[in-house]
Design a protein around this ligand. Structure first.
Ligand code: AMP
Ligand code: ZN
Length: 494
């Protein structure tokens, strides 16, 4: 009944999410192309190494977006994230013997196979990382690898060529920016400095600066030891591989259809990657890729740009080895607004962990205590909380109000109906934040035993049976028996 009440209220208010759109440089009310459906494309990881926590922030921001669309606005979300398994970086790494790990298998004479083995390893590691961070596989519709769409990518290059916006030079194909500028604006997401621009000048690398704007590569001529395919273009057969920017344009069209609703990525992708995506889609398919461009700000470490040379470069495994819990990292990152720089510090994650435990404690207390009698206005609080999320995903405001609410309303005094409403609020909250459990731990089982049991479950999942046996004995020594179940384990007193 309460759920129905909330639902009806929400429809009456016609709550709808507002998002900052980089294209218009304004916060806009989100209007989907098809009623009730939001199609979202996220530029995914380049799988040449472990993702760093900056990359992971961008995927957490996209996860937050799709969850709010689904949970608060009731959209069906089709979420696609690509895996960049072929670009300058993956090719460079795969040919570097010292970058190979035993788990990848043997490097052979087959370059395409090598690329698959190498990138597959980092793709799996990426999937493990996002899982630990509470980004759930079931929320993705597809996670296409670029190498599975080479034929379609070739098709797009031919289309752009047929429309007169691509040309061949020395075995590569380039997008003709000078000509395109006569047809449409180039520089929609970021103003571009055309001062040094000279028509016909070309750039071959995937990454370049705004000041280096020139014709960019759609198809790159094969170099020694590079995987390659054949493209028929302008009466020639060109041996090579697609450029990075083209890959996303093609997969978006093939999987989501154009235009789709929201395109996500970090601010660094505004130029050239997303600018080039717009030009390619329009020049090839005649359509803009998306209606809303969503960009997250960067993560910094202790106020500085993350870089290997500065020694402040972290992957998720670095952080877990230093004792941080991935769920606290999730909560810390989600607590910052996605369009603000996030300053990563160990102290901040530890503080987020404390806040998370406070909310968790409150929820357990609510579940355990049924003696309270006071009426609490949960509805207005809950409406306000979700409104903040609908206001360009303003998590800091929403969480601020949650803590005020928790401080002002002791779980011991909340009366029966309010208590039920509040628990429903927390369930909905958790569908977005993904940090709570509703199974009250047996107080007789010490937390350290639960921690050991969790470690053992993790060890078993990683097929590290020696470690899992050791942990079972550790648990026994503390007077408990851990038993496996279909979805985890049970602990009993010995
Ligand atoms: P990549 O794996 O390099 O293709 O990047 C994956 C995503 O991470 C892209 O959306 C980037 O914009 C984003 N990204 C890279 N560095 C950072 C950072 N320091 N903070 C936030 N997002 C980042
Ligand atoms: Zn992309």
């Amino acid at each position: 009944y309460i759920y129905l009440k909330l639902y009806v209220l929400r429809i009456l208010l016609i709550m709808s999410i507002k998002l900052y759109n980089t294209l218009s440089r304004e916060i806009e009310e989100f209007k989907p192309i098809k009623r009730g459906l939001a199609k979202v494309y996220s530029c995914g990881p380049t799988v040449y190494n472990y993702a760093h926590i900056g990359n992971l922030r961008s995927f957490l921001c996209a996860d937050l977006l799709q969850r709010v669309l689904r949970v608060v606005d009731g959209y069906n979300v089709t979420w696609v994230m690509n895996i960049t398994d072929i670009d300058d970086k993956t090719i460079k790494s795969v040919n570097d013997y010292s970058a190979w790990k035993p788990e990848m298998g043997e490097m052979t004479g087959n370059i395409k196979e090598n690329l698959k083995k190498f990138t597959q390893y980092y793709k799996e590691e990426f999937l493990n990382d996002i899982k630990k961070l509470g980004i759930e596989k079931k929320h993705f519709s597809e996670m296409p690898c670029a190498t599975d769409y080479i034929e379609q990518m070739k098709g797009l290059i031919v289309k752009i060529g047929n429309n007169g916006f691509a040309y061949e030079s020395q075995g590569s194909v380039y997008f003709n920016v000078g000509k395109w500028r006569e047809a449409d604006k180039y520089g929609k997401l970021k103003n571009i400095d055309f001062e040094n621009f000279r028509s016909g000048e070309r750039v071959d690398s995937d990454e370049y600066e705004r000041e280096q704007v020139s014709d960019f590569v759609l198809w790159k001529a094969k170099k020694e030891n590079e995987p390659s395919w054949e493209l028929d273009f302008d009466g020639k057969t060109l041996v090579g591989r697609p450029g990075w920017h083209l890959e996303c344009s093609s997969m978006e069209y093939e999987i989501l259809g154009l235009p789709f609703d929201i395109h996500t990525g970090g601010v660094d992708l505004q130029f050239p990657h997303h600018e080039d995506e717009i030009a390619q889609s329009k020049a090839g398919y005649g359509v803009e890729p998306t209606n809303y461009w969503f960009h997250n700000e960067f993560l910094q470490v202790e106020g500085a740009k993350m870089s290997k040379s500065a020694g402040n470069f972290f992957t998720l495994r670095d952080l877990t080895q230093r004792g941080l819990d991935p769920i606290d990292i999730r909560f810390a990152m989600l607590s910052a607004h996605y369009r603000s720089k996030y300053n990563f510090t160990f102290a901040d994650v530890e503080a987020a962990g404390k806040s998370r435990k406070r909310i968790q404690r409150y929820v357990f207390d609510l579940i355990n205590n049924s003696d309270g009698h006071e009426y609490i206005d949960v509805t207005s609080f809950s409406e306000q909380f979700f409104k903040n999320l609908q206001n360009d995903l303003h998590t800091p405001k929403a969480l601020g109000e949650l803590f005020t609410f928790i401080n002002n309303n002791s779980p011991y005094v909340v009366g029966k109906n309010s208590r039920m409403e509040l628990l429903e609020f927390f369930e909905e909250f958790n569908e977005i934040f993904g940090i709570l459990t509703f199974t009250v731990p047996d107080e007789d089982i010490p937390e350290e035993v639960v921690t050991l049991a969790n470690k053992r479950l993790e060890a078993k999942k990683n097929k590290n049976f020696d470690l899992s046996d050791m942990l079972r004995i550790e648990i026994q020594n503390r007077g408990f028996l851990v038993k496996d179940t279909v979805d985890g384990y049970e602990i009993e007193k010995l």
